[in-house]
Design a protein around this ligand. Structure first.
Ligand SMILES: Nc1ncnc2c1ncn2[C@@H]1O[C@H](COP(=O)(O)OP(=O)(O)OP(=O)(O)O)[C@@H](O)[C@H]1O
Ligand SMILES: [Mg+2]
Length: 252
């Protein structure tokens, strides 16, 4: 096995393409995500963010090109290395918070009972749901369910996390809390890949890729992307529109 240095990328996508029947969702996309940072995938509805994340977690296989996470092709064997928070929650609504998180801990093969109980508690406390741990998910608000979904994704302490629109529907206070959780995770050396529509989320990320029509149209740090517009004081929203219009001009 090739030994991976500390700077080896957590995610490497090389000219990957994927189509659902005749819909091209990912189009010869190449991307690298360095380890230990928060990386934002930004793009409008249908840009291909969820499809790219599904390729990275191994739920889909590229029709051409390649996808690697932590130097390996995504498969069942890499499942324990990643945490995945899907765009649509996959919680069992009739089970309690603690039962849900414990279920995911078992799926991720935390077989030692004592260690599992400890990790389940840590994950639930991290998202500040310990007081509600015995409530069934049915009784929780949307934002609380999102917090439980995050706890399920991180319970096995994976080095790489894929979060598909984790902040959608959260109130501003909870959004700040989520970003505090994410900062705690990257400080621990965990790599986060986060999809979003909002430039508010984008500003929190260490690096970004702007996506459209299954392609990456720009990448860089938030300030690099803002500066690329050439306009002093440009926001990330301005930067996104700048790259969209630039693509449109080069297409016509
Ligand atoms: N299961 C599916 N079957 C057929 N087409 C699909 C399926 N899932 C996604 N698509 C199509 O693939 C393209 C990319 O969709 P995807 O869900 O990856 O976009 P997205 O960037 O995550 O969008 P959103 O911001 O709305 O979540 C779209 O054209 C979409 O209609
Ligand atoms: Mg999506």
């Amino acid at each position: 096995m090739v030994k991976r240095g500390p700077t080896a990328p957590a995610v490497e996508v090389d000219k990957a393409s994927f189509s659902y029947n005749n819909i091209k969702a990912i189009d010869e996309l190449s991307l690298q995500v360095p380890s230990g940072i928060s990386f934002g995938l930004l793009g409008p509805n249908g840009a291909g963010k969820t499809t790219l994340i599904r390729l990275l977690v191994g739920l889909l296989k590229p029709k051409s090109g390649s996808v690697r996470i932590l130097g390996k092709t995504p498969s069942r064997k890499t499942a324990h290395l990643i945490g995945y928070m899907p765009q649509l929650h996959s919680l069992y609504t009739e089970l309690s918070v603690i039962q849900n998180v414990d279920f995911f801990a078992r799926v991720y093969q935390l077989s030692d009972k004592h260690q599992r109980a400890q990790r389940v508690e840590e994950a639930i406390r991290l998202v500040d749901m310990w007081q509600r741990r015995k409530d069934s998910v049915l009784r929780l608000s949307g934002g609380m369910r999102q917090r439980v979904s995050l706890a399920c994704a991180i319970v096995h302490n994976p080095p790489l996390l894929f979060l598909d629109e984790p902040t959608v529907g959260l109130d501003p206070e909870l959004r700040v809390t989520f970003w505090e959780h994410f900062a705690t995770l990257t400080k621990q050396g965990i790599t986060l890949v986060i999809s979003s529509h909002t430039m508010d989320d984008a500003a929190h990320c260490d690096r970004l890729a702007f996506m459209r029509d299954g392609k990456v149209i720009a990448r860089g740090t938030p300030s690099e992307l803002q500066q690329a517009t050439g306009k002093p004081g440009a926001t990330l929203e301005d930067a996104f529109l700048y790259f969209i219009h630039r693509e449109d001009r080069s297409d016509s």
